[in-house]
Design a protein around this ligand. Structure first.
Ligand code: ATP
Length: 305
């Protein structure tokens, strides 16, 4: 049986500006994405019928409590395979197998990552020969973060996040992710954001110029100082205990500490790999999170391995 495997990074938002809810229910975003080497893998295996199935295996430490990931047509990897199949009139099926390392409902776009990896793996399995642009179009229909997870690196996200363009970023950034044992619903966080702004709508979002300058210079201190997330206040209201992570970040001289996307993962920027190991150790010994994972970026987007 032929098999193809794609690896895909998690995403973080170094800046996440969120505008007023649009009529279609989405929020306009002005974001700076970075892909980090906390990776899921999606394997696609040939089958002799036209069924697209999925099974999910948890990688990493394995002990962390994981929110359920659907193993039916609601799984984003299955949706991606079906969307590719429809677009190219493929007749074959595929057995997908996901090795999950990206925390589920952690604000790191794990489901979207699996969708991007599934597109790449199934394109190779079925020999669809989709162009980059065609894959990006299908990706945008699957979810706002999916195009970036094909793209990878460090990039600007406009529209509802699906309009991706690269930004100049030098050097490598060392992160520690403080992972919670229960996820947060992205929809709940956005609903809280709308409530917070029910009287005065938020302004049209913009990416902070200081962040772009720091990235272009490879200045980790400047990046740490310019991190921002409009959803952070809501995530901290929903999970007040996350504030303890910020205290540890200050004591451990993290260059910056920020809620990742819609949370509850909190990311701490370190000076280098040694500093990130120290921060991870502090987080674990203080017992402020369920797990502390070191990762670095930027990483390439979904690719065959
Ligand atoms: P985002 O940062 O994009 O808002 P998230 O990282 O907070 O997302 P995900 O892990 O992507 O959250 O999960 C969001 C929802 O998608 C969950 O309800 C989950 O069950 C569902 N889901 C569907 N397919 C997958 C998948 N392959 N992996 C993880 N979650 C999936």
């Amino acid at each position: 049986m032929r098999t193809t495997t794609a690896r895909v990074p998690a995403k973080i938002n170094l800046a996440l500006g969120v505008g007023p809810r649009r009529d279609d229910g989405y929020h306009p975003l002005a974001t700076v994405y970075q892909a980090v080497d906390l990776c899921d893998e999606v394997r696609a295996t040939e089958v002799d019928d036209d069924a697209v199935t999925v099974r999910v295996q948890f990688g990493g430490d394995g002990w962390r409590e994981q929110a359920p990931v659907p193993t039916d047509a609601n799984n984003l990897a299955v949706k991606a395979a079906l969307a590719l199949r429809d677009a190219f009139e493929v007749k074959a099926g595929a057995a997908l197998s996901i090795r999950k390392v990206i925390p589920v409902m952690g604000g790191m776009a794990g489901g979207s990552a699996d969708a991007a990896a599934s597109l790449v793996a199934c394109d190779a399995l079925w020999g669809t020969g989709a162009t980059r642009t065609q894959l990006e179009e299908i990706a945008a229909g699957l979810g706002s973060d999916v195009p970036f997870l094909l793209h990878g690196g460090t990039a600007l996200g406009g529209g509802r996040g699906e309009e991706v363009s690269p930004v100049l970023a030098r050097g490598r950034f060392h992160w520690v992710f403080a992972i919670a044992d229960h996820g947060l619903s992205t929809a709940e966080v956005y609903a809280g954001y709308d409530l917070l702004h029910s009287d005065v709508p938020p302004p049209v979002p913009e990416v902070p110029a200081a962040l772009l300058t720091a990235l272009a210079c490879g200045d980790a201190y400047g990046v740490g100082a310019a991190l921002s997330n409009d959803l952070q206040a809501v995530a901290l209201d929903l999970r007040p205990e996350l504030r303890h992570i910020f205290t540890v970040g200050e004591r451990g001289a993290a260059l910056g500490t920020l809620v990742s996307g819609s949370g509850p993962t909190v990311m701490l920027l370190a000076e280098d790999a040694d500093h990130s190991a120290q921060l991870a150790q502090m987080l674990l010994s203080e017992g402020v999170c369920a797990d502390a994972v070191q990762a670095s970026g930027p990483e390439p987007g979904a690719h065959l391995v």
